[in-house]
Design a protein around this ligand. Sequence first.
Ligand code: BT5
Length: 254
Amino acid sequence: MTAIFKPTIIRFDSVDSTNLEAMRQAKAGAQEGLCVLAREQTEGRGRLDRSWHSPKDSGLYLSLILRPRLEMNVWPLLTLTAALAVADALRRACALNADIKWPNDLVVNDRKLCGILAETVETNSVPAAILGIGINLTNEVLSPDISVTATCVETATGVRPAAELVLLELTRAFGERYDFLQSQGGAEHTIREWCANSSYGIGRRVRVSMSDEVFEGTTRGLESDGALRVETNSGKIRIVRAGDVTALRATENQ
Ligand code: BT5
């Protein structure tokens, strides 16, 4: 397979949010592959208007502009592709095995190390995808309010990681996986890979929090668009397209 994805990195000392900056650049005509990287974000964003703590030089904060050659209904697979690429990069650059939590987190011992925010933006004639990735590298990121649920590479490995190496491995791994996603059979392959690399894919007891409802069940793999299949306690399969998933201990609420 010929590699097509070629990142071009533009660096900022400080931005409001690399996703917002990437949106501005995409609207101004930037091509696929532009990667906005910042040493800090003053308004780092999570999903649903949540924020992402982004202190200076403590993490990797970047956003890629993508113009996927994919039907829009499978664009959610971009988040899963990015999660796989972050897992690859952490393994290669830091010898760290992180778990992937549906839909957009990487965790170590159930603590969040990385969050991914995929958004779409209308540009001249076609929509573009903005794929934001935040990875906690060093301890400074763990402010008291998030330290109960968060971790970073330094805490997980005992070694302060080389940010540029993580960045290099991440852009490389994302390029490989993104090219693969867009090739024949790439969506099915990505879903198989995701299930193989996430403890949340099959047979995990979880609590699912959606905007208007919370329920518990056992994960049963992914739909073709990346939605999570969860079998409820009454044996019904629910398809979750948006929500937060928390792992339950095996003994909890069986
Ligand atoms: C996410 O949202 O996890 C998506 C985070 C994406 C961040 C990147 S950084 C580069 C790019 N530019 C942006 O502006 N954003 C992207 P969500 O699943 O909604 O999780 C958000 C929640 O994670 C918050 O409400 C906090 O509880 C928690 N949190 C905030 N900052 C954190 C951090 N640095 N480490 C771990 N958890 C954090």
